[in-house]
Write a protein that binds this ligand. Structure first.
Ligand code: AOS
Ligand code: ZN
Ligand code: ZN
Length: 384
């Protein structure tokens, strides 16, 4: 039993986001940290440290244009030399002045063309980096009832998505991200999983939904969405983070580890624990140090996964079949209440890693080294 769980945990892959390593903050203040990366190459170097100490974070998501370079194939080689690979390409059609009234849903066809051009350029970059996944998040929406035609905006969105879909090569896919609100405050053009799912369904299997755990109304049952999308074979991956209020982008598993466990349980139950579901982190470390923040986040995902793998499926199914409400609940909670840290420590030792990645990173001296070597680190870009 423990052997199966360990084998499954060994297979897990968690993707770190390049923007987690740069300075970030809120609209009130960005607290600059010393030693942060000055360019995408250094972001990859920091991400490689997360993989070095956890062993399960071998890919890094890029964000275009925050990670713009002249030679993307060279950047991918640089990543490989560091022991990591480039994962999802994140598009950005939200930070130019042109996008004030939207990007692909903008009433101005010229702005729509520009936005689509960027999305297609992101697929060109995927070809160069060997990335299989394009992540699409649109800040598009309206602030006031009547500001624009809600229905026409859906038509424009569908048109752009179809063009991107047609451009995807073999082995490439896009993940469409939904978000209830922000920066648009009245109507977001992809506000929920149903909207994302409907657009993806029309296009085909290479269009899938990505669930950002911070993008729902309070009280939303996210694991139900996960179960449903998996059942329909349209769950493409996660942007993991924690929220207390809105899109807080705090460390995954920090606000509600039980929710993370419930999500991971549904992933496993739905057969989604494999290559095709991307476990990505979408976080910003505004006040905590960034590399250890990512290491901690990866460990939190691992702990929730280990607990979810521990659920006694037979006991649970038996209790469910018998209508034994308390028995079923006990089977579920027993797994959640198990301390899996010793199991994970053992697993790391067996894989030649330090059992305590946080302490090992601290001892490594890397933090001191980058502070000494790097001056004038870059901002991650918009607060994500
Ligand atoms: C925005 O709220 C979304 O979470 C995006 O996934 C992401 O944070 C942004 O595109 C940065 O890449
Ligand atoms: Zn996200
Ligand atoms: Zn977000």
């Amino acid at each position: 039993m423990a052997t199966d769980i360990k084998a499954a945990l060994r297979r897990q892959r968690i993707e770190t986001p390049s923007w987690a390593f740069g300075n970030s903050g809120t609209r009130f203040k960005v607290f600059a940290q010393k030693g942060v990366p000055r360019d995408p190459y250094e972001k990859l170097a920091d991400a490689a440290q997360v993989h070095r100490f956890t062993g399960v974070a071998p890919t890094v998501a890029l964000h275009i244009p925050w990670d713009k370079v002249d030679d993307y194939a060279g950047l991918a080689r640089h990543a490989r030399d560091l022991g990591v690979g480039i994962g999802a390409i994140n598009s950005n059609v939200f930070q130019d002045d042109d996008y004030m009234l939207g990007s692909v849903t903008n009433p101005d066809p010229g702005v729509r063309r520009k936005a689509l051009g960027h999305l297609l350029e992101c697929v060109d970059i995927m070809d160069l980096t060997g990335s299989a996944t394009l992540k699409l998040w649109f800040s598009d929406g309206t602030n006031y009832p009547g500001q624009d035609d809600l229905r026409a905006r859906q038509d424009r969105l569908a048109e752009a998505l179809a063009a991107v879909y047609d451009r995807l090569g073999d082995g490439q896919r896009f993940l469409l991200e939904y978000k209830l609100f922000e920066p648009a405050f009245y109507a977001t053009d992809v506000p929920d999983w149903g909207t994302a799912y409907a657009h993806c369904l029309k296009l085909g299997p290479k269009a899938q939904v990505v669930v950002d755990t911070g993008h729902h109304a309070p009280g939303t049952n996210i694991e139900f969405i996960v179960a449903f999308l998996l059942r329909e074979e349209r769950l493409g991956g996660f942007d993991f983070n924690s929220r207390f209020y809105a899109d807080d982008d705090l460390m995954v598993g920090a606000a509600d580890p039980f929710q993370l466990f419930r999500i991971m349980y549904e992933v496993i139950r739905g057969g989604g624990y494999g290559e095709h579901i991307a476990f990505m982190l979408d976080q910003c470390h505004n006040i905590e140090p960034k590399i250890p923040g990512q290491i901690r986040s990866v460990m939190n995902v691992q702990e929730a996964t280990a607990k979810a793998l521990l659920v006694d499926a037979d006991a649970l199914a038996g209790a469910q079949a018998e209508g034994d409400v308390l028995g079923a609940s006990a089977a579920f909670m027993d797994a959640y209440n198990t301390d899996v840290r010793p199991l994970l420590a053992e697993l790391r030792e067996e894989s030649g890693l330090d059992p305590d990645p946080m302490a090992a990173y601290r001892r490594s001296g890397y933090a001191e080294k980058i502070v000494a070597e790097r001056v004038g680190g870059a901002q991650a870009g918009w607060g994500a």
